[in-house]
Design a protein around this ligand. Structure first.
Ligand code: NAP
Ligand code: MG
Length: 500
């Protein structure tokens, strides 16, 4: 049946040597000497051995971040931090092909998608470089007696533990590093075990950009490494992106020393299509709100609510569109859906496909793993739309994190707002309509951190993103994001009594 990627020459970074931890500017093995394997989900083969950090390595990385925070990095003025972030943006641009290829190999994102991350990655670094010199406290009039002046200082929160998932390894690492460095924090970054390669390479580029050793440390490993970071008494803040379940562990672990916490968690986002929508836009819009990255996006619009009068026609059109999507080798520039990230993710998603069918839903497209030809060696699932779903089914309630849409009809605006909100999550949502009052009512009524109207998944470094309810708290992007990494200090300055 033949295999894919047999002729491909991997980037030089994959030189057969174990990938090491980046601590204090040095590439070092884990103290235990342990390593783990990272896999290529397109072929099921090993890509690299990677150092497995344990508690001792976490401790060393946090100590390095603390020394850098109090030492060399504290001497960097806002202008200097801006300069190194701009330099990092240039290096990212120069090395982007290598980095996007590492992500495609490590987690299976189609190269067309990982390559398209260039603009966003550079834009994030440049946006926060700008904010580095635009952050300031206030002078505040007070009403106390005497000659007393008051003002606020914005100070970096300190040592940040950034813990990330695997679904966008490079972009998510940049999203954490950029605001942390802009504010003057230092960082220990723990990427996900499934896709640690591009964050390690990015850590090397940070050094090349002139960011002092210890400011960005990258520790690869399993959940235990993340847990050791989350509990570490010398970490001042945790910036976590991942599942709601692990997010709850993080919040509990933070209590030991009252760390600041921001948590960007899972979702089961509603995407609502009214009969008056531009259906030629809404069909691909609804499909790609889920099928992008094979559904492995936190804000994927997985609960598709369609106004009853167009429901049957609309879901048939989405199914027909899904059948045109090219699932295949993610290194092929024409591929639109790559594999799922791992065998366990495959198991999870196919489990939901079986549950959906058992509960009575009907797959109008896809519905199964691809088991024929060369793709059978990887973890490929065909893009699936289920019809005949009701609100109570597990496929309508639980985050699947695969290319699976659950479609349901609705009759009126209040009903669809209520059903849209009937979930523990509150991350993203979409509404497709030409009626401005529908758009306004739905966007006000849904309790989600983002509402997209006649579009989906649009992002910009200046526009905040984050969750309501169990999708977490804190905002990434925009000026709000800087606040996540800043303390506010009030200073009271009493002068001599004023003589009149
Ligand atoms: P995950 O299992 O929660 O893992 C996220 C990170 O936490 C990984 O680095 C993981 O390490 C680490 N970790 C695991 N257990 C830990 C513990 N007890 N203490 C500290 N860290 C621990 O999530 P995932 O499967 O990688 O990613 C998928 C999830 O991320 C989905 O729920 C998705 O919705 C969410 N997500 C949210 C956003 C957002 O912005 N809201 C964006 C992307 C993804 P290991 O890799 O070694 O397990
Ligand atoms: Mg991998």
């Amino acid at each position: 049946m033949g295999s894919i990627q047999t002729q491909f020459k991997p980037p030089a970074f994959l030189n057969g040597q174990p990938k090491l931890l980046l601590i204090d500017g040095q590439l070092v093995p884990a103290a235990s000497g342990k390593t783990f394997k990272t896999w290529n989900p397109s072929t099921g083969k090993v890509l690299a051995e990677v150092a497995e950090a344990g508690a001792e390595d976490i401790h060393r990385a946090v100590a390095a971040a603390r020394r850098a925070f109090e030492g060399p990095w504290s001497k960097f003025k806002p202008f200097d931090r801006q300069a190194v972030l701009l330099k990092l943006a240039d290096l990212l641009d120069q090395h982007f092909e290598e980095l996007s290829t590492l992500d495609t190999l490590d987690m299976g994102g189609p190269i067309a998608r990982t390559s398209a991350g260039r603009r966003r990655g550079i834009a994030l670094l440049r946006y926060y470089a700008g904010l580095a010199t635009a952050t300031h406290g206030h002078t505040i009039d007070n009403s106390v007696d005497g000659n007393v002046f008051s003002y606020t200082l914005k100070e970096p929160v300190g040592v940040v533990a950034a813990i990330n998932p695997w679904n966008g390894p490079l972009g998510l690492a940049i999203w954490k590093i950029a605001p942390a460095l802009a504010t003057g924090c230092t960082m220990v970054l723990k990427p996900a075990e499934q896709a640690p390669l591009s964050p390690l390479r990015l850590g090397e580029l940070c050094l090349e950009a002139g960011i002092p050793p210890g400011v960005v440390n990258v520790v690869t490993g399993f959940g235990e490494a993340g847990a050791a970071l989350a509990a570490h008494p010398d970490v001042d803040k945790i910036a976590f992106t991942g599942s709601t379940e692990v997010g709850q562990h993080i919040v509990r672990a933070s209590a030991g020393n009252m760390k600041r916490v921001s948590v960007e968690l899972g979702g089961k986002s509603p995407n609502i299509v009214f009969a008056d929508a531009d259906l030629d836009e809404a069909v691909p819009g609804a499909a790609m709100a889920v099928f992008n990255n094979s559904g492995q996006i936190c804000s994927a619009g997985t609960r598709l609510f369609v106004e009853r009068s167009i429901h049957d026609e609309f879901v048939e059109r989405v199914a027909a569109f899904a059948k045109t999507l090219r699932v295949g080798d993610p290194l092929d520039p024409s591929t639109q859906l790559g594999p799922l990230v791992s065998d366990s993710q495959l198991e999870r998603v196919t489990g939901y496909l079986a549950a959906g069918k058992a509960e009575g839903a009907k797959a109008l497209s896809g519905g199964a793993r691809i088991t024929e030809g060369a793709l059978a060696e990887g973890y490929f699932v065909a893009p699936t739309i289920f019809a005949g779903v009701n609100d109570g089914m597990s496929i309508a309630r639980e985050e699947i994190f695969g290319p699976v849409i659950s479609a349901m009809p609705f009759d009126d605006v209040d009903e669809v707002i209520r059903r849209g909100n009937d979930t523990p999550y509150g991350l993203g949502s979409g509404v497709w309509t030409r009626d401005i009052s529908n758009a306004q009512r739905v966007s006000r009524g849904l309790r989600t951190g983002t509402v997209w109207v006649n579009c989906y998944q649009t992002m910009d470094p200046a526009v905040p993103f984050g969750g309501y309810k169990m999708s977490g708290y804190g905002r990434e992007s925009g000026a709000e994001h800087m606040e996540e990494y800043l303390q506010t200090k009030a200073v009271w300055l009493k002068g001599h009594p004023m003589k009149r």
